[in-house]
Ligand binder design. Sequence first.
Ligand code: 5AD
Ligand code: SF4
Length: 480
Amino acid sequence: MSEFDKRTNIVSEEELLGQKRFAEKAGALLSSRYAEMPKACVVTYGCQQNVADSEKIKGILELIGYSFTDERTEAKLVIFNTCAVREHAEDRVFGNVGALKKYKLANPDVIIAVCGCMVQQKHIAEKFKKSYPFVDLVFGTHTVHRLPTLLYRTLTSKKRVFETPDIDGVIAEGVPVRRDDVSKAWLPIMYGCNNFCTYCIVPYVRGRERSRNEQDIINEFKQLVENGCKEIMLLGQNVNSYGKDLSPKVSFSQLLRDLNAIDGDFRIRFMTSHPKDCTKELIDTVASCEKVARHLHLPFQSGSNRVLKAMNRGYTREQYKELIDYARSVMGDELSVTSDIIVGFPGETYEDFCQTLSLVSEIKATSLFTFIYSPRKGTPAAEMDDPVPEREKSKWFKELTDLQEEISASQMELHKGKTYKCYVYGKGKLADNYVAARNDGDLIIEFEGDESLIGTFQTIKVIQPLTFVMRGELVKEKTV
Ligand code: 5AD
Ligand code: SF4
């Protein structure tokens, strides 16, 4: 047993074997109940971590014997994997789950399940218990690996099953994963978050930071490359803290270097980096690892130091700007920067917001993910005075997106005549004989080319930047 395995949050092999046995039992039960094995539909909301969880859920369901459909009313099992980051996402879930009531009442053998971040909040789990009696199974973010047991219980008992333990979280290795796309993969390297930004619900619903053992990540990564995967996105709420809880410690930069050294032609991406933990060493590592995309998703949330402090972000706009300046000095125009911004944090004034606009102008991001602040029950910000009306916040929001649109367009112009290594991922939209490719910075370049190029890396020269895509031409065919 390694030092690492002594950590108490690792799910034991016995537990995982037990789950496999329950998967077999559930499969046998379903094949005795139905002439043909039933279909499942997994509906996913929210971030890439949720997408990765849904791939585990589908892996488990496939092991049980389910096939899959996108049509909810064709499925005997519908699972909603939910997001709690903003109220809007929660409202959509309530609406979509509610819409299945009729289907469930007409087909009592159908199982409706809700899982993920939303139901990790006590008041939401209660709401499903009381007001959604046709929901059979509710399970939280820490019990995905226990789905075989939970499903078997739901199939065999008349009682509804709720399992949303309020714990710091676990690491379960060896859970099967069913990936929808062989060429592109999400690879979680750590779970949870310790940062407690005052607006954010994530640390409450995803538990404390915990890193996967480096060797487990390397093994999964190698397997993906062997299976033909070309783009691998390393996932974590704050990848810069990867490995701090391991013994011996491993830094995220070290992990990147070790993955970069693996044989094969592939591209490594990662998200999300937290500016307070993003080091010059990491930027140097990105610059020196040829397989790591020159892309930093580095959310700054606000350009006002006062607001950043109230958000508990742990950095100033000057420190943020310094990081970006350093990254640009090392990687030049090749570097693509993207960021998240919240508009209308409680107590934010128009002057604060103008600071955000000025930072946006300075940073010149490729694109931004912008959000209007949404109060989350149980977070400190939800208790703060929030005098600015929604209407006003919407105006600010529009001002921000208009500014970024201009910046994105002028940034696109900079790419004219430049040559990039791109991964050709599918058919193009500009014309029938076009295929579409992505460069390091996630920019889409379409060019005239044969469909046989799909699934390969090619060198493409940008001819004409358009609004959302660029027209390019193949420089020299290189089949990988
Ligand atoms: N309201 C609005 N946006 C939020 N985010 C996180 N919490 C909230 C909230 N309560 C945004 C942040 C984060 C992104 C994933 O979602 O910008 O980086
Ligand atoms: Fe939320 Fe902040 Fe953690 Fe990101 S770093 S998940 S915004 S608490």
